[in-house]
Design a protein around this ligand. Structure first.
Ligand code: 13P
Length: 249
């Protein structure tokens, strides 16, 4: 059985005190579920979030990290810094990092290797732009993103990887991939992994959907057989909405 996961990517939102109140509310209202619940606050609030959630099943992830062990990289955060405060999961490859901060497949391949060497778990994001979908290139774009950053890893490394398919045209736009579009792409991704590795590896990887998941569409999207959960942006900033999405899984 693949792990079901609902993860909230808070992006550059929530101050320290807002983080504390949202986590207090989430802890109080969290439903009983076998799904993993993950929140990814901004760097400065990670240590406090970990401390606040030390007895909770809600996990804390970072939104990014650098590939280097340490050194002269002003403004960056290393894997050891995250591990030292108990953060063992990191989101890599988010389309906002790719679009606004120039993160390429090659750079992401380095970050992936560093995270895996440190035994961290990765939520690896990828997805096509609107033009790619309009021109019918969405499958090849997604396949090359996966190939360039992940497909030279050993099969055993995949136990440390969760995939998050996030079509760029659906992020923060209110426009969601239909459950059928999500299923079609997730099945394609699983087949690409099976072709490059084997069926067992492909079937063990959790593939999340991200892009305008809301309480009113989560259940339909999550009901698809190859969708193992969601990476939630805007709706994860509101306790009621995030809890409703967790309940939908
Ligand atoms: P929205 O849910 O706001 O569209 O964001 C999705 C996302 O980018 C999660 O990483």
């Amino acid at each position: 059985m693949r792990t079901k996961i609902v993860a909230g990517n808070w992006k550059m939102n929530k101050t320290h005190s807002e983080t504390e109140s949202l986590l207090t509310e989430l802890s109080a209202k969290r439903p009983d579920t076998t799904a993993e619940i993950i929140v990814a606050p901004t760097f400065v609030n990670l240590a406090a979030a970990r401390e606040q959630l030390s007895d909770s099943i809600i996990q804390v992830a970072a939104q990014n990290m650098h590939f280097a062990e340490n050194g002269a990289y002003t403004g960056e955060i290393s894997a050891d810094m995250l591990l030292d405060i108990g953060v063992e999961t990191v989101i890599l490859g988010h389309s906002e990092r790719r679009a606004h901060f120039g993160e390429t497949d090659d750079l992401l391949a380095k970050k992936v290797k560093t995270a895996l060497n440190k035994n961290m778990r990765i939520i690896f994001c990828f997805g096509e732009e609107l033009e790619d979908r309009k021109s019918g290139n969405h499958f090849s774009v997604v396949e090359s993103q996966l190939k360039n950053a992940l497909f030279d890893l050993a099969a055993t490394a995949w136990k440390g990887i969760v995939l998050a398919y996030e079509p760029v045209w659906a992020i923060g736009t209110g426009e969601t991939a239909s459950p059928e579009q999500a299923q079609e792409m997730h099945a394609f991704i699983r087949k690409a992994i099976a072709d490059n590795y084997d069926g067992a590896t492909a079937n063990s990887v959790s593939i999340l959907y991200g892009g305008s998941v809301k309480p009113n569409n989560a259940e339909d999207i999550f009901s698809k057989p190859d969708v193992d959960g969601g990476l939630i942006g805007g709706a994860s900033l509101n306790c009621g909405d995030f809890i409703a999405i967790v309940k939908a899984i």
